[in-house]
Design a protein around this ligand. Structure first.
Ligand code: MN
Length: 196
């Protein structure tokens, strides 16, 4: 199999009370796993099988894109979360947030609103361009900043499968909970990498 689902970077029961074990077992173990399974079947014997997952996301369209992007987006989403998350961004990232949004509370409000208002399935992203300018991107279905020549820094999965077991229809409550698990160290690493 050319593409392997990376291990979840925390235990299935490590994200309580933000996400239950059952929520993670379905989201990581069923939904995310299925995108890898589908992708591997779609690229069998094709040039994409020899590319990195990120290259496939950038270059492909149609069902290959949908499954590759969902595989990549979810791996990125898990890295945005940590049982030791929450708190506040520091250093250059914090300075860029103040410059482009006015402050961390303003960034959280803008990203949360994009997540809550996104119609249907998709992802709310904090992204940066090569100069380090930050922006919010509300993208439908599997779409990702990688497809728009932007570097993803932080994402909120707002497909219903991401929160329905724990929050039912209350997407806003799920989004609010995410801030207490946000892995700002990972976001800062992505921000540094965006400008290289
Ligand atoms: Mn998902």
């Amino acid at each position: 199999m050319p593409f392997q689902q990376p291990p979840l970077p925390f235990g299935m029961n490590a994200m309580k009370p933000f996400l239950s074990e059952e929520q993670l077992e379905y989201h990581y173990g069923k939904h995310h796993a299925a995108y890898f399974k589908n992708l591997n079947a779609l690229v069998e014997g094709k040039p994409e099988a020899g590319m990195s997952l990120r290259e496939v996301v950038v270059q492909s369209t149609g069902p290959v894109f949908n499954n590759a992007a969902q595989a990549w987006n979810h791996s990125f989403y898990w890295d945005c979360l940590s049982p030791k998350g929450g708190g506040e961004p520091q250093g250059d990232l914090a300075a860029a947030i103040v410059r482009d949004f006015g402050g961390v509370p303003e960034l959280k409000k803008a990203l949360s609103e994009a997540a809550v208002k996104l119609f249907g399935s998709g992802w709310s992203w904090l992204a940066a361009d090569k100069q380090g300018k930050l922006e919010i991107m509300a993208l439908s279905n599997a779409d990702t900043p990688l497809k728009h020549a932007k570097e993803p820094l932080l994402t909120i999965d707002v497909w219903e499968h991401a929160y329905y077991i724990d929050y039912r229809n209350d997407r806003a409550k799920y989004v609010e909970g995410l801030w207490r698990a946000a892995n700002w160290d990972f976001v800062a690493k992505c921000f540094s990498a965006a400008m290289k």
